[in-house]
Design a protein around this ligand. Structure first.
Ligand code: IMP
Ligand code: MG
Length: 185
């Protein structure tokens, strides 16, 4: 593991505190509703696992996975569902739990998908909001951290499937430089 190219940007302690606060806020807002935490795999798996344990109201947990064509560090904009939810979502209050909102294309696509399935409501909870790179008008309803510090890994976030197991969030300095050159090209 190339630890020397990483800089910690969100500590384990800050993650714990912020995720716990989000869970409490969600518990208050969704009291008496039919909440489904719809986790977007794979990046949100650790976030969702911690978040659901800070939620004190009844809720269900389900998973979706989408793929965007094209590899690398940017979503390419063409999205397809590779794992559909297993619960019937009509009439449910869907809270999409996502690791990062970057261009916003993935969450925009998922919102439309769940609205078409006649969810009672669709809201968005993102651990990290990279606001400056947004390409579509989309504001998550719950945000852990607003950050624009290159490419992030750890706490579920990967670079080519690596680093998901790191307990804090780091910026990959060399990869970030390469990614921004690639997207400028
Ligand atoms: P969007 O469609 O551009 O908003 O892409 C969001 C998806 O891109 C997220 O779900 C992540 O999987 C991935 N992503 C964007 N930025 C990062 C990052 O810094 N680290 C890891 N994954 C990222
Ligand atoms: Mg993701």
């Amino acid at each position: 593991m190339q630890q020397e190219t990483m800089r910690e940007v969100i500590s384990r302690k800050s993650l714990e505190k912020r995720v716990d606060d989000l869970g409490k806020e969600i518990s208050r807002d969704y009291a008496g509703r039919d909440l489904v935490l719809m986790t977007v795999l794979g990046g949100a798996f650790i976030f969702a696992a911690d978040l659901c344990r800070s939620i004190g109201i009844d809720c269900s947990i389900d998973f979706v996975r989408v793929a965007s064509y094209g590899a690398g560090t940017d979503s390419a904009g063409t999205i397809r569902l590779v794992q559909a939810p297993s619960l019937a979502v009509a009439g449910k209050d869907i809270l999409l739990v996502e690791d990062i909102v970057d261009t916003g294309l993935t969450l925009q696509w998922l919102c439309r998908y769940f609205r078409r399935q006649e969810a009672a409501s669709v809201k968005l909870c993102a651990l990290v909001d990279k606001k400056q790179r947004r390409e579509v008008a989309l504001e998550p309803d719950y945000v852990g951290f607003t950050l624009d510090q290159g490419f992030l890994v750890g706490y579920g976030l990967d670079f080519a499937e690596r680093y998901r197991n790191l307990p804090a969030i780091y910026t990959l300095q060399d990869e970030a430089a390469r990614a921004s050159k690639a997207s400028a090209a």
